[in-house]
Design a protein around this ligand. Structure first.
Ligand code: ADP
Ligand code: MG
Length: 343
């Protein structure tokens, strides 16, 4: 009898998991070539409250209409799931071969489809809620596979790994080849500001083309993570050469940015961020006129060290580093711990 009531108590208990969003400070479109990225998990994200339920996942979400209801184990095509956001949930349930389900509600304070990785936060949150108990790296790999299943977009590992392996007070330098995560303290005497500009989706965008273009560059000169600018100059086709040049320069910028931040040279760190945006705009062709104008406006503001579009591109958010209080418009974000169960 005591056993039964303990069981009833445990199945009806409300549990919570939280997965932060992330802002990528620098290192854009480098992850899928095994390059370097420098994101930080932020103090905004997705919180999932739920109770255990047998054989089903039933979820609602603030701000997104529809009730998601799927049966477990889930083994059909996740991208056919309605409402559409449920495809990430279904894909994660399929990846984890989950049989024990849940009923719950998703609360978020990061914009969806704006480059702060709401999709990866959702995947990591549902993964933990479905009982995943491996390492942060393993969680991120399952979540990345789920994202591929759900969207068909061949995104890199940065979003999921920075969210699963976030460290409070730190940004994370991730080597996307070796999958090492090295925390770097984020100085407290600068603001990291995120400003939302425009929604976008990577499905049907040029993202997949960029992955293919980098692959073509690698077919010609070998892995971009090992290439030099001299190697890049040997590439015959102009577009492919420009894509490769962005990746090679961006990997170097990640190194230099981490070093500049470490010695408190914020002018140099900001210069590198702004240079990174120019490279996304001119060599990688993933910016838009609206994002460029917003970056220019922010960079021209007194006290701003540098700014760039953050995330996969074609819209989204801008990240800036500046003197405290220099930017009134936007969210001052702080570096936070990774995806976790909370009381
Ligand atoms: P990003 O990850 O940069 O925010 P994506 O296009 O990769 O942009 O992912 C956005 C998608 O993630 C949304 O279209 C939606 O399907 C899902 N999503 C994000 N936030 C939520 C939420 N709070 N509730 C339900 N689904 C969400
Ligand atoms: Mg995403």
């Amino acid at each position: 009898m005591a056993e039964v009531s303990r069981y009833l108590l445990s199945v009806s208990e409300t549990l919570r998991v939280h997965a932060p969003g992330r802002v990528n400070l620098i290192g854009e479109h480098t992850d899928y070539t095994g390059g370097l990225v420098f994101p930080m998990a932020i103090n905004r994200g997705i919180t999932l409250s739920y109770t255990a339920a047998d054989g089903v996942v039933e979820l609602t979400s603030d701000g997104v209409p529809g009730v998601l209801s799927i049966s477990l184990p889930f083994d059909s095509a996740p991208n056919a799931v309605e409402p559409h956001w449920g495809s990430y949930i279904a894909a994660m349930a399929a990846e984890l071969r989950a049989t024990q389900g849940l009923r719950g509600h998703v609360l978020s304070d990061i914009p969806a489809g704006a480059g702060l990785s709401s999709s990866a936060a959702l995947e990591c949150a549902i993964g933990l809620a479905l009982g995943f108990d491996g390492t942060p790296l393993e969680l991120s790999q399952a979540a990345q596979r789920a994202e591929h299943r759900a969207t068909g977009v061949p995104t890199g590992i940065m979003d999921q790994l920075s969210i699963a392996a976030g460290v409070a007070g730190h940004a994370t330098l991730i080597d996307c080849h070796g999958l090492s995560v090295t925390p770097h303290a984020v100085p407290r005497d600068i603001d990291v500001v995120v400003r939302f500009i425009a929604h976008r989706t990577l499905e049907g965008s040029g993202y997949g083309d960029r992955v293919a273009e980098c692959k073509r560059a690698e077919d010609e000169i070998g892995p971009l993570r090992l290439a030099t600018l001299d190697d890049v100059e040997r590439i015959s086709e102009d577009i492919i050469r420009r894509r490769a040049r962005h990746v090679v320069n961006e990997n170097q910028r990640v190194h230099d940015f981490a070093a500049a931040l470490g010695i408190g040279d914020y002018v140099e760190a900001g210069r590198l961020i702004t240079e990174g945006h120019a490279s996304l705009r001119d060599d990688f062709d993933v910016s838009t006129a609206r994002m460029d104008a917003a970056v220019d406006g922010i960079v021209a503001t007194p006290g701003v060290f540098g700014a760039r579009m953050t995330g996969g591109g074609f819209g989204g958010c801008i990240v800036a580093i500046c003197q405290p209080g220099a930017l009134a418009d936007g969210w001052i974000v702080s570096p936070s711990a990774g995806a976790r169960r909370i009381d």
